[in-house]
Design a protein around this ligand. Structure first.
Ligand code: TRP
Length: 444
């Protein structure tokens, strides 16, 4: 890739690098592990519909706004926000968005890397044919045994954090860009293969019905909040990942065009993962609401009686691990870029933040309460709050002309639609969901 360094801040002059890196950040455990299990826990159809609505009305508009802030600021999230606030003549306090984002990224990685470790465990189990030929019940029970084995989880978690730190420490965003370039299409093909398998061997129609027939009586304030939080989580929004990557985006690339591409790919992959998993869940008599283990209980069942299952299983979990890696890098990069700007060396910043994440991960392994709390606070509160503030800042503080100059590649009509949605619908949407879920908490 012909990327170059212009002035002091790196720019990806090849337009595909930006798309790939951002897609790599967006597509991860959120799509393949988290989406199916939270859709399962929240009753399916109505939840999926709310999630899609949140992507369209909240996620995509904020995605465009966050990329714009990064590209205009050409710096880490904290300094990009400082520069923008100064530019628009408003309070420096807006840089809080960047600081909260750095914190959220670290907190997410504190449990994300534990789940990535589970994925590594299943690379190992697949490669050693551990679950091959066993009954579905035994395969599913295997995850329960592993979930109790803290030592094993500790080893995989440590390995995953080390690899993340190693790559980030090298400063190779391009290495990841290129890897993702080759690996994401393979992951996509393997998912399609799994979908085919689920179609042949699973209760396919039952799976589809579960995912797409909406029964709104099942929708609570809490599930609405989960749907919104996940829209932010899966698009990597509201915490600076997108801002940092946007700061490496070339000037002549269209922000709305690139954003639509990334949001579309991300959503497609989540939906395919769901359509592959639920038919298998029903066919093996598992419960869709069984929680975080869902992916690791169902996929091995599929592989266990499939021709070449050990081989495909190994390949599949390797790719899930890589998808997790390209996301974990994007979770820690905003903090590192910020510390670097404050005068700390990249190596020291990486080691320090990675150690912090490792410690948090250890806590997540030993306490599911810590795990759940980190997940809840980040996805359901910090990311939507960050997104809300971004929408308000870009919609109400920067000014039409400044924003219009940066958001190019669309005609005035489309631009205006986006801007109006960002100013009114997006903030109101986030606030309404927050309100509904708090109301629910008190009613309960
Ligand atoms: N989007 C990724 C996933 O779905 C996770 C992720 C990466 C993320 N960077 C982020 C989530 C920034 C929130 C914010 O797995």
């Amino acid at each position: 890739m012909s990327d170059s360094q212009t002035s002091s801040h790196p720019i990806w002059t090849n337009r595909w690098t930006y798309i790939l890196a951002t897609t790599g950040a967006a597509v991860g455990l959120g799509n393949i592990w988290k989406f199916p299990y939270i859709a399962g826990e929240n009753g399916g159809g109505a939840f999926v519909l709310m999630y899609l609505l949140c992507i369209l009305l909240l996620g995509l508009p904020i995605l465009i706004a966050e990329v714009m802030l990064g590209r205009k600021g050409r710096a880490n999230p904290v300094h990009a926000m400082l520069a923008q606030a100064k530019n628009a003549g408003v309070s420096k306090g807006w840089s809080f968005i960047g600081i909260m984002g750095v914190a959220a990224g670290i907190m997410i990685l504190m449990y994300y890397s534990v789940v990535a470790g589970w994925s590594l465990e299943y690379v190992f189990q697949s490669a050693t044919s551990n679950y091959m030929g066993k009954t579905p019940t035994d395969v599913a029970a295997g995850f329960g045994v592993f979930a109790e084995d803290t030592t094993r989880q500790l080893i995989w978690h440590s390995l995953f954090i080390s690899v993340t730190a190693f790559i980030v420490g090298l400063g190779v965003t391009r290495g990841i860009g290129n890897a993702v370039n080759i690996l994401m299409p393979i992951l996509f093909l393997l998912l399609l293969m799994l979908l085919w398998y689920a179609y042949q061997n699973g209760e396919f129609m039952r799976g589809l019905t579960f995912m797409f027939s909406a029964d709104f009586s099942k929708l609570t304030g809490q599930s609405l909040l989960t749907a919104m939080g996940h829209a932010f989580f899966t698009l990597s929004l509201g915490m600076g990942t997108i801002m940092v990557y946007g700061s490496y985006m070339p000037e002549n690339q269209s922000i709305p065009g690139a954003s639509v591409t990334v949001a579309f790919l991300d959503t497609l992959i989540a939906l395919i993962a769901g359509m592959a998993i639920f038919p298998l869940v029903f066919a093996s008599g598992l419960a869709p609401g069984s929680g975080p283990g869902l992916l690791f209980e169902t996929l091995p069942i599929a592989f266990s009686d499939m021709w070449g299952g050990a081989f495909f299983g190994t390949g599949f979990f390797i790719l899930v691990s890589i998808a997790a890696l390209s996301s974990s890098i994007s979770l820690i990069e905003p903090g590192i870029a910020w510390l670097e700007k404050l005068g700390i060396t990249r190596i020291a910043a990486t080691v320090g933040l990675a150690l912090l994440c490792w410690l948090g991960g250890v806590a997540s392994i030993f306490s599911s309460e810590v795990f759940d709390t980190l997940d809840f606070i980040t996805a359901n509160i910090m990311l939507p709050l960050g997104g809300l503030l971004i929408a308000i800042f870009v919609g109400w503080r920067l000014g039409y002309t400044r924003v219009r100059k940066e958001v190019t590649g669309v005609n005035n009509g489309l631009f205006n639609v986006w801007f109006v949605v960002l100013r009114f619908i997006t903030p109101i949407g986030v606030i309404v969901v927050f309100y509904e879920s708090i109301k629910g908490l008190f009613a309960a």
